[in-house]
Design a protein around this ligand. Structure first.
Ligand SMILES: [Zn+2]
Length: 586
């Protein structure tokens, strides 16, 4: 593994680490236990005032923006069965029924449960059942793929049986951030309610015993609402125009301590410490607290990506998402999100600070990863988590935050979910990681590794086509790109001791950033730069992923798929060629 971290940075890193304290983050966490931070609420504004007052007191320069965000805040929900109203929650962005509700016959469709975080957002059910004109009852979370699936098949309402005794809040739209002409038609068109496992099992038994009619009632506050976006800025000394974007959401479901008051406190402590040592930072840092994450599908970060797209494209080195660090029992680093080019660097930083082996995965099309269409390298989202053996021992099912505590997205996400020691350990990892991106001569992102991952992906997909689609142009362009990458990175060790402002260093870094602008969009998006892709699982090189289905198709369907893949090969090969040219032109 290449050592990205230069020894002379050790003194800066030690100074930053020594300055860390639990006081500032813990005070924020305690204050946030009294604030129900749903977006557009007075409590959210109070939370914003708290953060800005602390930044003021610490002398950290910051800006507060007040964009109008498109939100859907759940207000109430119920499922009425034979005159009895079951407790329910409706996901954000589902349809409001009003008090009359939607009444219909229930049909149960079984669904396969996710084994872990890696498949949490995937959807597969027990087979096709005719749901037209019916109210679907199924297992799991009301995630967008499942909701879209049953909506398309004509269900008039949907009821999700959550896996435990608590009901989890969530959001069911695939629209990422504010809708535009392309995405607006995907606004969900059905009422959706979630109920808990005991109520769900009882209802399921009733449905299986005979015809069962229920009434689903849902109510939301939907519209465009002004919400504060807070961005702190710490200016570096050598290359101030280049910046690292570190961010997390401060709106939450209820008081959301593990998701995400702990992240908000972390961001504040990072702002304090890095600002204190700003004279030893080569590059700049922007630290952002987003509203609209929970009830606007990442509306705050998407607004920022839209509004500052060109500046992010020109000067942002990378983006780091901070969500649910420092939670109870969270001692391990697995299921950590990182883009391939950042993996070695992240593994090393976590190991240097904690002595632990970290295991990661391709970032989900989730969290505040609202920058993939611009092409920003990104790492981290959720962070330290409970050991798998412990979740098994406790009988916990997979959740999407809180370090695997099942209080996630429920009223139980209280102060007890935060852990001082784990938060301090995670803060140390963040400080080391961010410091290295800010001060390393060469950006620690290895696109050779992405080149190798692209080859594995192409091999897998090409195998699926059995020669019926010519992947040759993509392979040829990738050969060319990989040769260019080898030459580029050969120069890196010789530049490692130079100052950040050295023109030869700057030239390599410009190329590294430009590579991301080309290679990240084709690996995470299909709609192109400056647009947003749907919030559904997106496989690597998504233009070509359907190749895996080719063998199962015939006739018209097969010709459609072949056409799709031919266009996909063109897009991918062309992009590889452009990326190689970026290196050659430097
Ligand atoms: Zn979160």
């Amino acid at each position: 593994m290449q050592t990205w971290y230069q020894p002379e940075q050790a003194t800066v890193e030690s100074a930053l680490l020594e300055d860390l304290s639990i006081d500032e983050p813990w005070a924020l966490i305690e204050r946030f236990t009294t604030l129900v931070r749903e977006s557009s609420s007075e409590d959210e504004r109070e939370a914003a005032r708290y953060i800005t007052a602390r930044l003021e007191a610490l002398g950290v320069p910051h800006t507060v923006y007040k964009p109008d965000l498109f939100l859907s805040v759940p207000i109430s929900a119920s499922v009425e069965v034979e005159g009895q109203r079951l407790r329910a929650k409706t996901p954000s962005m589902a349809v409001s029924t009003g008090e009359e509700g939607i009444t219909g016959e229930v049909v149960y469709v079984s669904s396969n449960r996710p084994e872990g975080l890696d498949t949490l957002f995937h959807f597969s059910n027990g087979g096709e059942v005719d749901v037209r004109g019916k109210i679907v009852l199924t297992d799991g979370y009301a995630f967008p793929v499942a909701v879209g699936h049953y909506q398309e098949r004509g269900a008039i309402a949907q009821i999700f049986i959550n896996p435990g005794v608590d009901i989890h809040w969530g959001i069911c739209t695939t629209i990422w951030g504010a809708p535009d002409l392309d995405s607006a038609p995907r606004q969900p068109k059905v009422p959706v309610a979630s109920i808990n496992r005991p109520d769900g099992e009882a209802l399921k038994a009733k449905v299986q015993a005979g015809r069962t009619v229920v009434t689903v009632r849902t109510q939301h506050k939907q519209g465009w609402f002004p919400c504060p976006v807070i961005v702190a800025e710490i200016e570096g000394c050598e290359e101030p125009e280049r910046f690292l974007l570190v961010h997390g959401h401060y709106d939450s479901w209820d008081v959301g301590i593990g998701d995400n008051a702990v992240g908000d406190g972390t961001l504040l402590e990072l702002a304090r410490v890095f600002h204190n040592h700003r004279d030893r930072l080569a590059r700049s840092m922007k630290i952002a607290w987003w509203p609209g994450h929970s009830t606007g599908r990442y509306a705050g970060s998407t607004w920022f990506a839209d509004t500052f797209a060109l500046e992010l494209d020109r000067n942002c080195n990378a983006q780091v998402d901070i969500d649910s660090p420092g939670c109870r029992w969270a001692t391990e680093y697995h299921d950590i999100s990182w883009m391939t080019e950042t993996e070695d660097f992240c593994v090393q930083a976590i190991h240097d600070i904690t002595g632990k082996e970290a295991f990661g995965e391709r970032p989900h099309q989730a969290g505040d990863y609202s920058f993939n269409n611009i092409g920003l390298s990104g790492f981290f989202m959720l962070f330290s988590t409970m050991p798998k053996a412990l979740t098994e021992e406790k009988g916990y099912y997979p959740v999407g935050g809180c370090g695997a505590n099942i209080a996630w997205h429920t009223e139980n996400d209280l102060l007890e979910i935060a852990d001082r020691d784990h938060l301090m350990r995670d803060l140390r990892v963040y400080v080391a990681t961010l410091q290295r991106v800010l001060n390393n001569a060469i950006h620690p992102f290895d696109f050779r590794k992405l080149g190798r991952a692209f080859r594995d992906t192409l091999n897998l997909y090409a195998e699926g086509t059995d020669g019926a689609v010519d992947f040759g142009p993509a392979f040829v362009a990738l050969d060319h790109l990989q040769e260019a990458l080898e030459r580029l990175y050969q120069a890196v060790p010789g530049l490692a001791d130079r100052p950040v402002s050295d023109p030869a260093v700057r030239a390599v870094n410009d190329v590294i950033l430009e590579l991301g602008r080309w290679l990240i969009p084709i690996n995470y998006t299909r709609t192109g730069r400056f647009r947003t892709d749907p919030a559904v699982p997106i496989p690597p090189l998504p233009d070509l992923a359907p190749a895996q289905n080719l063998a199962a198709t015939t006739g018209h369907e097969r010709n459609v798929l072949r056409t799709h893949l031919l266009r996909g090969v063109n897009r991918v090969a062309w992009t590889f060629e452009r990326a190689a040219k970026v290196i050659e032109a430097a």
